[in-house]
Design a protein. Structure first.
Length: 343
């Protein structure tokens, strides 16, 4: 990563209004699917703008757009591979959301935390918000409950929410005037500030238990990631190598539907990532590299998960790249998001 602060401004205002929605939807599809009312799509009231900054493996973005439905599906999670937290502060407007963990509502002045490795869907009103995107590898070790942050809301008016809100507004306001050498020493403070605010509401005794569980789970996940190509990878293999009981292993991965399901999901994510990255990869090769018992088993499980075959996923990705709008808009932020995931 270049030692500089990168800046990108995407704004559909200067293109034909009949094309604004299509260009916006195509651009933001790097992390979300979106949908907007048909009457609004081609009206002069449609707006979509993102001013984004990237520094090392962090991003900050100020986004404005109209009433929109948003989806982040298992396909998105697997395709982009983002292993980050995103914290949004709503300066104007709000959001209703739901995920496998529950549902809720966010109002003006509230903050909400996204775990980008999890799915969700939401409906936003016309809004303006600031998003701070932080790498899990650097923030999670500072959190008491790293796996319990998805769609967590910090309400306006509470001291800790006001503190984090003010901090994000200051970052948004001052980043354009900072250079990399001025900002870099502040990054540990950014992580510490976010961690202090997210840890504030947790019960100390429960948090220490959660932290121990997260450390064990992190160790197991690392082993799984290194062993995905091994068809012998199983709960028994994990228990034997890491000296963990089957009952503890089940409890640690209960929210993921058990460790066997987690292994299958990780194999599917890796396979989709390979198909998106390498248009020449053979299906049989991908199946073997990701630890599936056979190409036919791989194709069946892949279709059940993503609703299309591995070949169709690869073909759609190639078609999207070829047919992307050749416009003069600054869309560099899309590449940054892919870069954060190492794609």
């Amino acid at each position: 990563m270049e030692n500089t602060i990168l800046r990108s401004r995407f704004d559909v205002q200067d293109i034909d209004e009949t094309m604004r929605y299509e260009v916006w939807a195509d651009s933001i599809s790097c992390i979300f699917d979106v949908d907007t009312e048909k009457e609004l799509r081609q009206s002069d009231a449609f707006v979509a703008a993102i001013e984004a900054f990237r520094f090392d493996d962090f991003m900050l973005a100020n986004t404005t757009t109209v009433e929109t439905d948003w989806w982040r599906t298992p396909f998105h999670v697997a395709r982009d591979g983002l292993d980050h937290y995103m914290i949004q502060l709503f300066l104007r407007g709000g959001m209703r959301w739901q995920s496998p963990r529950g549902s809720g509502e966010v109002n003006t002045g509230d903050l909400i935390v996204f775990d980008m490795a999890e799915e969700m869907q939401s409906h936003t009103s016309d809004f303006n918000h600031i998003s701070l995107i932080l790498p899990r590898s650097r923030l999670a070790p500072l959190l008491k409950n790293p796996d319990g942050q998805h769609m967590r809301c910090l309400r306006k008016g509470t001291p800790i929410a006001e503190l984090l809100s003010d901090y994000m507004i200051l970052l948004d306001r001052n980043l354009p005037a900072l250079n990399y050498n001025q900002l870099r020493p502040l990054l540990p403070s950014v992580l510490s500030m976010v961690a202090v605010c997210l840890n504030d509401a947790d019960d100390p005794d429960q948090s220490m238990t959660l932290l121990r569980h997260w450390r064990m789970k992190h160790q197991i996940k690392n082993m799984i990631a290194k062993s995905l190509s091994d068809q012998k990878l199983s709960p028994n293999m994990i228990c034997d190598e890491l000296d963990v009981s089957r009952s503890n292993l089940y409890r640690l991965f209960e929210e993921e539907g058990g460790v066997k399901n987690f292994i299958r999901q990780q194999r599917l994510k890796r396979s989709l990532n390979i198909l998106m990255r390498d248009s020449r990869a053979m299906v049989s090769q991908v199946a073997d590299e990701c630890g599936f018992s056979s190409p036919s088993d791989f194709c069946r499980v892949f279709r059940n998960q993503y609703g299309l075959s591995p070949r169709d996923a690869r073909r759609n990705n190639i078609s999207t790249r070829r047919n992307r709008q050749e416009d003069e808009l600054d869309r560099e932020y899309e590449g940054w998001l892919h870069g954060l995931a190492g794609n």
